[in-house]
Design a protein around this ligand. Structure first.
Ligand code: ZN
Length: 372
């Protein structure tokens, strides 16, 4: 059986927790990471109706976008609907995990899905927030253990270059050493020069994972003293992660038409336009799912004709208007795009890893707003 921790480990390779904003509360919300998964459910929000749906479907692992725990509980009073919901989750052994701003910021995550669904082209980042620098690791391994070390390296996330994983280069040579009296060598004798056929493995590793990769090598390498070098890389092999995306519509259209496009793509019952010219022609669009109103100056700076984001407040709306930027607020619920998109991704990982549990998406509409 597959444990929640295995599913989470695969997910965190795609959207590591360090990509989350500091104020966020991503990761395990409630339950046990060592629990086996029989049925998993993907949801945007964890609400009492969603938990009820999970119970009815025998779900034991909920993967949510929005963290359900933001305020600490002082009294576990079950007359409070939120606490009652936690109690129901515990009673039914349901583990809840949340991937929030790490899923927003990762490449191929939330904001890429939103940009793609509008058909935006030449998509770039709106606000870079993190960058991951790579370095080069070189390790010398006796031929008998090369396979083990290569597997450990891949497992620890080494050798990822663009769309390729498991990248490395090896060259063969002779290693030599004289063990001293305190040594307990795997090969050779104390005080005698020993030569061993070794391979030199070169691999790119993310600087943030450096220690994890070294630990993985040390766990499988047979030598008492493992020789490895780490080099800084001058070439730009770093990866940037950003809040929001900017891109171009395939064909310029009016703001009114953009609103209609959003309404049909995101299936919103209504949306708000912050502009005084519904006929303004829009070509360049910035998009940031969720509550991105405070980031509107970045859209202005990028020369966007339109900024699409949710939860815009009255006074921020005034500031947006004054800046000359047109803004479209389709609501926060457009992030429910994460349900079908994460289902596709989890199904792919499930096939690759022989996971033997079902994955479903919540069918509950958790948008608190309706239009009359
Ligand atoms: Zn959100």
């Amino acid at each position: 059986m597959t444990k929640v921790s295995e599913v989470v480990a695969r997910f965190e390779k795609f959207a590591p927790k360090w990509l989350a904003e500091k104020w966020d509360n991503v990761g395990l919300q409630l339950g046990d990471l060592n629990q086996e998964v029989h049925k998993m459910m993907i949801t945007l929000d964890v609400r009492p109706e969603v938990v009820q749906e999970a119970i009815e479907n025998n779900v034991d692992f909920i993967f949510a976008h929005h963290p359900m725990m933001f305020s600490p509980i002082k009294t576990f009073d079950l007359s409070d609907p939120q606490n009652k919901m936690y109690a129901e989750l515990i009673k039914h052994n349901i583990t809840v995990y949340a991937a929030h701003t790490n899923l927003d910021n990762t490449n191929g995550g939330m904001n890429d899905w939103l940009a793609k669904s509008l058909g935006l082209e030449n998509v770039t980042n709106l606000i870079p927030v993190h960058s991951q620098k790579n370095c080069k690791l070189v390790v010398y391994v006796p031929e008998s253990h090369v396979r083990h070390v290569l597997e450990a390296l891949e497992e620890a996330g080494a050798g990822e270059v663009g769309n390729y994983t498991g990248c490395s280069f090896t060259s063969t040579g002779l290693g030599r050493f004289i063990p001293n009296e305190s040594a307990e060598p795997v090969f050779g004798e104390v005080g005698k020069m020993q030569e061993v056929r070794e391979q030199k493995i070169e691999v790119v590793i993310p600087e943030k994972n450096k220690q994890q990769v070294i630990d993985a090598i040390l766990a499988v390498h047979p030598y008492e003293e493992v020789v490895y070098d780490i080099f800084a890389l001058e070439n730009d092999s770093s990866e940037t992660y950003a809040l929001g995306r900017v891109g171009e519509l395939p064909k310029p259209m009016t703001l009114q038409a953009c609103g209609e496009l959003c309404q049909s793509k995101f299936q919103t019952a209504g949306l708000r336009l912050i502009s005084q010219q519904k006929n303004k022609i829009i070509k360049k669009v910035a998009i940031l799912g969720g509550s991105g109103s405070k980031f509107y100056p970045a859209a202005v700076k990028k020369g966007a004709d339109l900024y699409i984001t949710g939860d815009v407040t009255y006074h921020t709306g005034h500031d947006m208007l004054a800046s000359g930027l047109s803004v479209l607020d389709p609501g926060h619920y457009i992030e429910s795009i994460c349900k079908p998109e994460m289902l596709k991704i989890f199904n792919k990982w499930s096939a690759e890893n022989d996971w033997n549990f079902d994955i479903m998406i919540s069918t509950v509409n958790t948008d608190p707003f309706i239009f009359i």
